[in-house]
Ligand binder design. Sequence first.
Ligand code: FMN
Ligand code: MN
Length: 497
Amino acid sequence: MAPPADLRAWIALLEREGELVRVGAEVDPHLEVTEIVDRVVKAGGPALLFENAKSQHPLLINQFGTERRMCLAFDAPTLDDVGRRLGDVLEMQPPQGLAEKVRGLKKLKSIADSQPKTVRSGPVQEVMLQGDEVNLGRLPVQTCWPGDAGPFITLPAVITKDPRTGGRNVGMYRLQVLDERTTAMHWQIHKDGRADYLMTDGKLEVAVALGLDPVTAYTASAPLPKHVDELMLAGFLRGEAVELVQAKTVDLEVPANAEIVLEGYIQQGELAEEGPFGDHTGYYTPPEPFPVFHVSALTMRRDAIYPSIVVGKPPQEDAWLGKATERIFLPAIRMSVPEIVDYDLPVAGAFHNCCIVSIRKAYPGQAQKVMHAIWGLGLLSLTKAVVVVDEWVDVHDYDEVFFRVGANVDPKRDVLISEGPLDHLDHAPTLQFYGGKLGIDATHKGPTEGTREWPPEIEMSDEVRRRVDERWSEYGLGAAPEPNGRRQAALRQLLRR
Ligand SMILES: Cc1cc2nc3c(=O)[nH]c(=O)nc-3n(C[C@H](O)[C@H](O)[C@H](O)COP(=O)(O)O)c2cc1C
Ligand SMILES: [Mn+2]
């Protein structure tokens, strides 16, 4: 089995797996859908297909809302397995012996096959509307929160080309619907789509794909380096190239199997107030000027399905998109910072507020080295607080991390206050985009770092552990408690709350 080929195959898979409920009752995409989804997400509930959201188009939401669905999307037992697929290729060594050579060739083929391929036609162009025929009001676009400025398209894949190199970028940037044929384009200051825009003198052509297979949809949110095409990552992770068709009115290629594509352009310097928007920070992002996107054509399937997502106070559905990125990018991060054992971006920290990282420490100052590395690495550079722990600490067990921070930190010595770029949406710093950084070194130290001898940790001896394992049933205490379930339990509990 391969990951689903398009949104319909994905919906069918979710239905077979008991992971989707069709809702026939009429619901209002203005606020009501948010309140329903908020409750269902927090209960770990199913994906929802609202068939009557005051539009002829059904609205799909909460497709990514649990770890199980995220794994189904990638056709992998765990998200770490998805990361390993990428790690295997990144860490390729010259093969030894025939068996390894054959395996190496397979890996190379998987890279070669990940390149998107162009096809002559696709279902996304079954219906073609142009000019006056375009009316975004026909889509069940959600107004998510009471203070929102209007309806927002929240799960788009925005496709642009770098005017200098022709390299493609795909980013998930929300679109506030301004009127029937225009939206705002919320690419933030650090994002690749905005960089393409800044390189344009006049018009930048844009295509927005809605309703993709889940892996391709995910990759629009993946923080790849600017020169790497997100659709190539999609092809690699799917094990099958993404098929593209030539857009009808712009010089861009669009996913042939999408449900809906908006084609159009952005004129350099034409801005509109975007927001307020109830954001994934848990607060309303205030209005700010963003480029205006003119929709010159809308192509879609007959009975196209409209995909949506609600962000807000964490945890929300996007928690698992973020966790997928956390897991999938671990091998890539290790390529540049090899002492990193594992890391965790707490959902409650909206991903950019906190990064807990465990390291294999071999020399003095290495925790500080890793803090600076994170503050210099792609979008992780926007991380506000970095907590560094030793390799044996489970970064996903927040109780254990809290224990280490309390036990191992002398604030005068182990807390580093630095400064640098901050997330576009962070409202706390005095200046937008720029402010303080906090690094906490919660690793064991010692005389080489100017401390006293570090005391040994309390551990029971193996001999006694074994004896108690063997004798457990004699004590009459029931089944032995599971020691290793803590990490998963902690994460699940957080996401349920
Ligand atoms: C549901 C969701 C909504 C998002 N909305 C935005 C947005 O409106 N603007 C933005 O700049 N990034 C947004 N992001 C984050 C970007 O998609 C992410 O940073 C991605 O790396 C951007 O692509 P790029 O690296 O090619 O710029 C969103 C992510 C998710 C999961
Ligand atoms: Mn990119």
